[in-house]
Design a protein around this ligand. Structure first.
Ligand code: ADP
Length: 589
C-alpha cells in the first residue's frame, strides 16, 4: 500500500509517499512558492503527482493542524468533515485554510482515492479538564472556546510508542515526559498512553521557548505590547521575532547560536540558557503532574541532534532518578535505521531516550488504518464470565496410574475454549486434613499434571497452594489423587488459579491490551458489586473471550457461570509505575 502524506502550508506543499507497513519512503519533496502571486495548491499537487510517475496512490493522509474539540482521531474526509475543519479556521488561521487547500486539490486531482485527515490536536483531546482549562471567566471561556488544545500530537504518539517498544513495557504502564524540540517546541505528559498535559495551549504560541515564538510570558506583557505596538505588530513580534531569534537577535537556528556562544556571544548564550531552563522546568512540572516519571523522551531537530542542549535540559533532574551517561549522550545518533537511542545510565530509575520522530509515517499508518476500517474493530463490550469449579488436568502417565494403562478420557461436554472439554472421569483429592471427592478431570491430556482448587478447598484439604498462572506449577503444593485404578502422589501441581481473561487478538485490540497485561474488571449491577484487580490477560488465536474465576471469587461477587452481562468495565489501571509492576510480578514468581 502507498499512502501519499501531504503537509499543505500556506506557501509550500510537503509530500511523502510512504508504505505504512515497512515505513519505506518511495518519494518525498517540498514544492515551494505557493500562495499569493504564486502557484495554487492544485498546481503544486499536479507537479507532485507527475514526479510519482506510475506509482499508484492508494490513499492520501493530510496533516491538519487544528481539529478543535470535534476530532478525536484520524478521520475519513467527506463533505461534512471538510465543513468541520473549515469551522475550526478561527483557531488556526494560518494553518487550517492551507490544509483545506491540500484536501480540495486532492479531491480534484485524485477523485475516488480515500483521504484521511490526521490532526495535531487529536492526541490531547481527552486531557483532563483541570489541564485544559484556563483560569478565566468560565462563561466567557466557553463562549469563545478559550481552552488548551495542544499540538505536536502526532509526533508525541509516535515517539511514545517507540519508547515503550524500546523499554519492552506496554505504553499503558508508562509515565513519559516527551519534549518535541524543533522550530516549534512543546512538552507533553503522557500518562499510561494518554496526553494529560501539554505546553502548547489554545494556539501553538504558549509553552517552551521556540525558534521564533516566545512561549510562556506574563499576559500583562501581551497587553502592553498590544497597546503600544498595535495588535498585529504584537502578534508578529511574539510569533516571528521572539524565542531564540528574539533573544539572540541573530538567528532562530540553534546550531548558529551554539557557534556564536562558543565564540563568547553573550546574547546567544543567554538564549540557549533560557531555552534549556524553560524545558527543564516543564520536565519537573510534568513529573509532578503524573506523580512520577518512568521515561523522558527527546525528539525534534534539537532533541534528536543537540547533545549539549540535552545535557543542559537534563542536568539537575537527579532528584527524579534521571541519570545521563554523558558518553552515550555525545554518541547518540538517531535516524530511520535506529530511531531510538538510550542515553541513561544503567542504574537510572528514569530512562532517558533520544527518539527520531516521523510524523509522516504515523500519518501514513493512521491513514491506512482508517481506510482499512481498522478503527471499526469491535468496541469492547461485556466480558462473559466462567466460574471454574475445582478441576484436574492430567498427563499420560497420571492417566495410566489413576484409570489404568492406555485409558482415555471420555469427553462429556465441550468447554468454551476450543478443543477443551470436561471429561466423564473424576478423581478424589486427598490432603493431610481432608478429602474432596468426584473432582472433574478436564481434557485433553497435558504434558504436566495440574490441580486447581479454591482457597476454601484448601482449608478442607489442609494444604496451602500458591496463586499461579496455569502451567506454572513449579514449586507449587503437593497433593494426592485417587482414581479407580490407583493412587498418585504429586510433589507439586496444586495451585489456586490466577484469575484471567482469555482473549482472541481481535478482542485484545478492541480492549487495547496485550498478552501479559493485567487489568481490573468491575462486576456491577448485582447485590455484591466488586472490582477484581490483577486480572491477567491471555491472548491467543485459539482463545475466545472469557474471564475465568474460581468459585470463591464468584461467590464473593454473587455470580453464577453465564451471569449475562455481569462484566461491565475493563480498564488497565496500573497502580504504580512500570518498575513497580515488574517487581511485583517477579516477586510473585
Ligand atoms: P521543525 O519544527 O521546523 O520541523 P526541526 O525539528 O527540523 O524543525 O528542528 C529545527 C531545529 O533543530 C533548529 O533549531 C536547528 O538548529 C536544530 N538542529 C538541527 N540539527 C542540529 C544539530 N546538529 N545541533 C543543534 N541543533 C540542531
Amino acid at each position: 500500500m502507498h499512502v501519499l502524506v501531504l503537509n499543505a502550508g500556506s506557501s509550500s506543499l510537503k509530500f511523502q509517499l510512504v508504505d505504512p507497513e515497512t515505513g519505506a519512503r518511495a518519494a518525498h519533496g517540498n514544492v515551494q512558492g505557493l500562495g499569493v502571486g504564486g502557484r495554487s495548491h492544485e498546481e503544486a499537487l499536479r507537479e507532485v503527482l507527475a514526479t510519482l510517475g506510475d506509482v499508484r496512490v492508494d490513499a492520501v493522509g493530510h496533516r491538519v493542524v487544528h481539529g478543535g474539540e470535534r476530532f478525536h482521531d484520524a478521520t475519513l474526509v467527506d463533505d461534512e468533515v471538510i465543513a468541520a475543519i473549515e469551522a475550526q479556521i478561527s483557531l488556526a488561521p494560518l494553518h487550517n485554510p492551507a490544509n483545506l487547500m491540500g484536501i480540495r486539490a486532492t479531491r480534484a486531482l485524485l477523485p475516488g482515492v480515500p483521504q484521511v485527515a490526521v490532526f495535531d490536536t487529536a492526541f490531547h483531546v481527552r486531557m483532563p479538564r483541570r489541564a485544559k482549562t484556563y483560569a478565566l471567566d468560565a462563561e466567557l471561556a466557553a463562549e469563545h472556546g478559550l481552552r488548551r488544545f495542544g499540538f505536536h500530537g502526532t509526533s508525541f504518539r509516535y515517539v511514545a510508542q517507540l519508547a515503550a517498544d524500546h523499554l519492552r513495557a506496554p505504553l499503558e504502564l508508562l509515565r513519559i515526559v516527551a519534549l518535541h524540540l524543533g522550530n516549534g517546541a512543546s512538552a507533553c505528559a503522557i500518562e499510561y498512553g494518554h496526553s494529560v498535559e501539554t505546553s502548547m495551549g489554545m494556539t501553538p504560541l504558549e509553552g517552551l521557548v521556540m525558534g521564533s515564538r516566545a512561549g510562556d510570558l506574563d499576559p500583562g506583557i501581551v497587553l502592553r505590547l498590544a497597546r503600544e505596538l498595535g495588535v498585529d505588530e504584537a502578534e508578529a513580534l511574539l510569533n516571528q521575532r521572539s524565542g531564540l531569534a528574539g533573544l539572540s537577535g541573530v538567528s532562530n537556528d540553534l546550531r548558529e547560536l551554539q557557534r556564536l556562544a562558543a565564540e563568547g556571544d553573550d546574547r546567544a548564550r543567554l538564549a540557549i540558557n533560557v531555552f534549556a531552563h524553560r524545558a527543564r522546568k516543564y520536565v519537573g512540572a510534568y513529573a509532578a503532574v503524573m506523580g512520577g516519571v518512568d521515561a523522558i523522551v527527546l525528539t525534534g531537530g534539537i532533541g534528536e541532534n543537540s547533545a549539549s542542549m540535552r545535557r543542559r535540559i537534563l542536568q539537575r533532574l537527579e532528584l527524579f532518578g534521571v541519570r545521563i551517561d554523558e558518553d552515550l549522550n555525545q554518541d547518540a545518533k538517531v535516524g530511520v535505521e535506529q530511531p531510538v537511542f538510550e542515553i541513561s545510565e544503567d542504574r537510572a530509575r528514569v530512562r532517558t531516550l533520544v527518539v527520531a520522530t516521523n510524523e509522516e509515517l504515523q500519518i501514513a499508518r493512521d491513514t491506512a488504518a482508517v481506510v482499512r476500517g481498522a478503527e471499526e474493530v469491535r468496541q469492547p463490550g461485556p466480558i462473559p464470565i466462567a466460574v471454574s469449579a475445582r478441576h484436574v488436568h492430567l498427563n499420560r502417565a497420571a492417566m495410566d496410574v489413576l484409570f489404568g494403562p492406555e485409558a482415555e478420557l471420555t469427553p462429556m461436554r465441550p468447554l468454551s475454549q476450543p478443543g477443551q472439554f470436561a471429561a466423564e472421569e473424576r478423581v478424589t483429592l486427598v490432603g493431610p486434613r481432608g478429602r474432596i471427592e468426584r473432582v472433574r478431570v478436564l481434557g485433553p491430556l497435558r504434558p504436566r499434571c495440574q490441580v486447581e482448587v479454591s482457597r476454601t478447598d484448601e482449608f478442607l484439604l489442609g494444604v496451602d497452594a500458591p496463586v499461579r498462572h496455569s502451567g506454572h506449577v513449579q514449586g507449587s503444593a503437593p497433593i494426592t489423587l485417587e482414581g479407580p485404578a490407583g493412587t498418585l502422589h504429586l510433589d507439586e501441581g496444586l495451585i489456586c488459579a490466577w484469575r484471567h481473561i482469555h482473549m482472541h487478538p481481535t478482542d485484545a485490540e478492541a480492549f487495547g491490551v496485550k498478552d501479559g497485561d493485567e487489568v481490573e474488571v468491575a462486576i456491577t449491577g448485582g447485590v455484591r458489586d466488586l472490582v477484581f484487580g490483577d486480572v491477567s490477560v491471555r491472548v491467543s488465536e485459539k482463545f475466545v473471550l472469557e474471564m475465568h474465576i474460581d468459585t470463591d471469587e464468584a461467590n464473593a461477587a454473587e455470580l453464577d457461570t453465564g451471569a449475562a452481562g455481569a462484566m461491565l468495565e475493563v480498564y488497565s489501571t496500573p497502580k504504580g509505575g512500570a518498575v513497580g509492576r515488574l517487581e511485583k510480578k517477579r516477586w510473585r514468581g
